[in-house]
Design a protein around this ligand. Structure first.
Ligand SMILES: [Ca+2]
Ligand SMILES: [Ca+2]
Ligand SMILES: [Ca+2]
Length: 422
């Protein structure tokens, strides 16, 4: 350092020392050492008590101060249900949903390093004022793909629109005395909801989508690969109304990962486009409605001799319709070898219209839901269900493999206790 530079340096150090001394100076002449204020780690905004109806979400959103990189654990106890300190959430916010009425006691523990704070609250769950329906309350959307009962189940008449057809589908499948709607070939769908949230009860299946599947009486194949008959598996999606607006939003859907979900023959993000027929006639033909998919395949859906109406939804004015989703492998096999006895085989579990309504495998556990990357998600319950046909196959004279929906039910409200799969 040169002499001049050294001078400057000394002045700078002096100035800094003076300035710092001045800044730290209190009213007294004796200056205590400055210590930074202790970090504040507080849990605020948790009320002593909350109240909700059963099957309705209660959200508790604490205001957290501090707890940088902290962890949050909610535990719950309920003496009547013999539950003690069960971990129910590991996020800051609690979204609690209960099937049983009563008092639920909660403790939130926030931890960061050696710092730990707790907050306690109670949620009182009451019986609803107007008794819930265990069945579908609303159809939000219905659009079948090409199929032999399209325009018939439900029937489409002149003047019908997307909205009047939605209402017809709703009238068919809502309530306890539901009838059937047809989803047509791959991708055709219906979206519906309930008047409450179906609770995801641990270890139990929670709801059932009803269809018209049955087991075959006389499969000619003595070495049949599994249970089969008239099974037309539909993919089930579930949604939890996270934002509470009473509607399913795009970011609220999860797929029920059934038995085929992780198998290589199942194609995720499948897309198919059906083209409206240019010349609609009553003729039966194998080359009726053209389709193309995003796997480089194309072909025709057939019109058979038993159903002569248009198989393309008549209320749709666009000249093509595209559907997207998970494609299951073909499940229909001509077991006669002559086209006379088709067996539509069931997949093991986790689909709609894939096992009879009386069979446990037509019942679904909400815990089977996965996100779009295939990761398991924990949903406290669900408000909405979407079902779409999962197979793109023509089964000879039987026509296309197409899922039917004949209602749905909350198993818990009906007192049906069906264990999940292990
Ligand atoms: Ca469950
Ligand atoms: Ca919503
Ligand atoms: Ca069916």
């Amino acid at each position: 350092m040169k002499r001049n530079d050294l001078k400057k340096y000394v002045r700078l150090v002096l100035f800094t020392a003076l300035f710092t001394g001045f800044a730290a100076c209190s009213d007294d002449d004796i200056t205590p050492p400055v210590t930074p204020p202790a970090a504040i780690n507080e849990i605020k905004g948790v009320e002593a008590q909350y109240g909700t109806d059963r099957c309705k979400i209660q959200t508790v959103e604490p205001v957290i101060e501090g707890f940088t990189n902290g962890t949050f654990t909610w535990t719950m106890s309920n003496t009547a249900l013999n539950i003690k300190d069960s971990v129910v959430s590991q996020t800051k916010d609690l979204q609690f949903l209960a099937l049983e009425t009563g008092d639920y006691l909660f403790t939130l523990t926030a931890k960061s390093g050696s710092i730990e704070k707790k907050a306690e609250t109670k949620i009182t769950v009451s019986k609803e004022a107007t008794e819930y329906s265990a069945y579908i309350a609303t159809v939000f959307d219905y659009l079948p793909a090409v199929g032999q009962f399209v325009n018939e189940l439900p029937s489409c008449e002149d003047g019908d629109t997307k909205e009047t057809i939605r209402k017809k589908a709703e009238d068919a499948i809502k309530g306890p005395n539901s009838s059937m709607i047809h989803l047509g070939g791959f991708g055709g769908y219906v979206t519906f909801g309930f008047d409450h949230t179906i609770v995801n009860v641990p270890g139990k299946r929670d709801f059932r989508v009803k269809g018209n599947a049955f087991w075959s009486a006389a499969n000619p194949n003595p070495e049949a690969p599994g249970r089969g008959g008239n099974c037309e598996p539909g993919i089930i999606m579930v949604a939890y109304d996270k934002n509470g607006n009473g509607k399913p939003d795009d970011d609220e859907w999860y797929e029920i990962a059934g038995s085929e979900y992780n198998k290589p023959a199942t194609i995720k993000n499948y897309e198919i486009t059906y083209y409206k027929p240019q010349n609609e006639t009553e003729e039966a033909t194998d080359e009726y409605i053209m389709w193309e998919d995003n796997q480089g395949n194309s072909g025709y859906k057939a019109k058979n001799m038993f159903h002569r109406q248009s198989y393309y939804p008549s209320w749709i004015t666009e000249d093509k319709i595209t559907f997207k989703g998970t494609l299951l492998p073909n499940n229909a096999i001509d077991e006669s070898g002559q086209g006379s006895y088709w067996v539509l085989y069931a997949y093991d579990w986790g689909y709609a219209d894939n096992a009879p309504n009386s069979d446990d495998e037509s019942a679904i556990d909400i815990s089977w839901a996965v996100d779009k990357n295939g990761n398991k998600v924990h949903l406290p319950g669900i408000d909405f269900v979407k079902v779409y046909t999962g197979v793109n196959q023509e089964a000879g004279w039987l026509g296309e493999v197409s899922t039917e929906v004949a209602g749905a039910e909350d198993l818990h409200l009906l007192g049906k206790s069906i264990p999940t799969r292990n």
